[in-house]
Ligand binder design. Structure first.
Ligand code: NDP
Length: 322
């Protein structure tokens, strides 16, 4: 099978197309013939070595496809089942062996591509607004990178909960997309100072929550736009990691709360994983979560997919199609 392997961490060129044996399942695993693999920023972190994996490894954390073989102890799925998963390295490939208890069934009405586009980013949006900071009607959220993969879904879920959404984006085209997703206000943070704009838009009161995936370039200013006891939800670092700081800063800025959540801790049990995945699929089937799969690439084009994602050229979801 073809797979995209990293033998030495580094830039997009570190993603090499290689020929490997189709994996054999361990007793608790199923082998998935992959129809589509999601491209996510976390794949960049692994490729760069910011997140560690034993080398060589196949990049990618999210895929959907069909079960082609099951291990001796597997009872929850059978050959031919349509399934998706996230959180298991090795998705940039034609086949992957995955622990059966990490697989979720894809309901009819949801395509493999949609499942691969929705699981990681959709479940992330879901836990961020429902669990990390349970967003309520009438509250105001500042969402950075509002036209991005997670960002667009987060805007939709926050809007549906009745929150007022202020989104930041880098271009006019992205501004239109974020508005279509439900953002009430948009700030072009590459042209305007988002701190001053957010204060103006909230009449100086500040927002209840900041959902920040940009990190280094936005984090400190984000603390200045929160109301007292508001929450900074730092969930990524697309512009780089946030520098260390003294926690007294949170007191000085108004007894703020800082969360640094990760999806893996919100889908730890089988129950939570399936409930959250089902909730996301339900929203898709009800038309409440509109996916945007604009960027599809062949497996061998993985380096270009990473260049586009890192180069801020993309909106919505990127998929690799083996
Ligand atoms: P996006 O589609 O959001 O792409 C990244 C976006 O970040 C860009 O399009 C760009 O939007 C913005 N950005 C701002 N500054 C930079 C910069 N210097 N370089 C690159 N991009 C920049 O990616 P994903 O949806 O895949 O991921 C978004 C973030 O969410 C990532 O940081 C990722 O790690 C994190 N994440 C965290 C999870 C968690 O559970 N903690 C789970 C899933 C994702 P613009 O041009 O509008 O500024």
């Amino acid at each position: 099978m073809k797979a995209i392997q990293v033998r030495q961490t580094g830039g997009p060129e570190a993603l090499e197309t290689v020929d490997l044996e189709i994996p054999k399942p361990k007793p608790h695993e199923a082998v998935i013939k992959i129809e589509a693999a999601g491209v996510n920023f976390i794949d960049v972190y692994y490729r760069e070595g910011r997140y560690k994996a034993e080398i060589p490894f196949i990049d990618g954390q999210e895929a959907a496809g069909t079960v082609s073989e099951v291990g001796a102890e597997v009872q929850s799925v059978k050959v031919g089942d349509r399934v998706g998963y996230t959180g298991v390295l090795g998705a940039y490939a034609e086949y992957a062996a995955v622990a059966a208890d990490r697989l979720v069934p894809i309901p009819s009405g949801v395509s493999g591509r949609e499942a691969a586009a929705a699981l990681l980013q959709g479940m992330t949006a879901h836990y961020l607004v429902n669990d990390t900071f349970p967003l309520k009607e009438g509250q105001t959220a500042l969402i950075h990178a509002a036209a991005g993969g997670v960002g667009r879904l987060l805007v939709q879920t926050a809007h549906q909960l009745g929150a007022r959404v202020i989104g930041t984006v880098s271009t006019k085209e992205k501004a239109d997309l974020a508005r279509q997703a439900g953002a009430d206000e948009i700030i072009l943070y590459t042209q305007a100072d988002f701190e001053a704009e957010t204060k103006r838009l909230t009449d100086g009161r500040g927002v209840d929550v900041v959902y920040d995936s940009v990190g280094r370039e936005t984090f400190l200013k984000g603390l200045n736009v929160l109301r007292p006891r508001g929450m900074m939800v730092l969930y990524g670092g697309s512009s780089g990691a946030v520098a260390p700081f003294d926690p007294i800063l949170l007191t000085q800025k108004g007894s703020l709360v800082l969360a640094r959540p990760s999806l893996q801790h919100y889908v730890m049990s089988r129950f939570e994983l399936t409930a959250r995945a089902q909730a996301v699929f339900r929203m898709i089937l009800q038309g409440k979560l509109q996916l945007r799969i604009e960027h599809t690439y062949r497996l061998s084009e993985a380096p270009q997919a990473h260049r586009d994602l890192e180069g801020r050229k993309t909106t919505g979801k990127l998929l690799l199609l083996p």
